[in-house]
Design a protein. Sequence first.
Length: 175
Amino acid sequence: MPSYSHESLLELFRARSRAATEVLRLLNVPIPEYDQVHTGAAQLSELTPAEYRADLVLFLEQGSRYVLGIIVEVQLGRDEDKTYAWPAYIANLRSRHRCPVCLLVVTTEDSVAHWAGRTIELGPGSHCMPWVVGPSNTPTVTEPQQAQNNVELAVLSAIVHMPIRILSWRHALSQ
C-alpha cells in the first residue's frame, strides 16, 4: 500500500503534468519540442506472468505523436527489485507507444537518490540511467513570488527539504 508521502509526491505531477518536464529541465535533460502533456496508463505489463505498474506515466505530444514518455516513480527507500523492474517499465512503454522514454525518480532522501541514480547494467554494453530528483538537486523555494509562479516546485521543495529542516530545528532546540 503506497504511503501518504508517496501519493502526495505523485499528486504534484498528476495535478500539473508539465511539472515533470520542468523537473527534468532542472536535471539538464534535453526535452523535445511538444504541444501538450497528458497522463497515460500506468499499467505497463504485457501478456506475460509479470505485472509492471509504474506510479505515473506522462506523454509529451507534438501534433498527434508522442515525442517522449516520462515514467515518474516515487522512491522513498531502497528497493533492489526496482533495478530489474525499471528497465522493463521503460522497454514496455517504449515498445507500446513507439517513442523515446525516460524514468524520473523522485525521492526525499539523498541516500536513496544516490542509490536510484546509479547506472543499471543490463548486460555487456547496455545500461539504463534513471534521472533522479531529491534534496541535493531540488532548489529550496523561499520567495513567495517563486512559489506562486510554480506551486508544484514549491511543494516539492518543501517536501524534500522538510526532513532536513526538522532535524536542524531539533538540533537547535536541544542546545
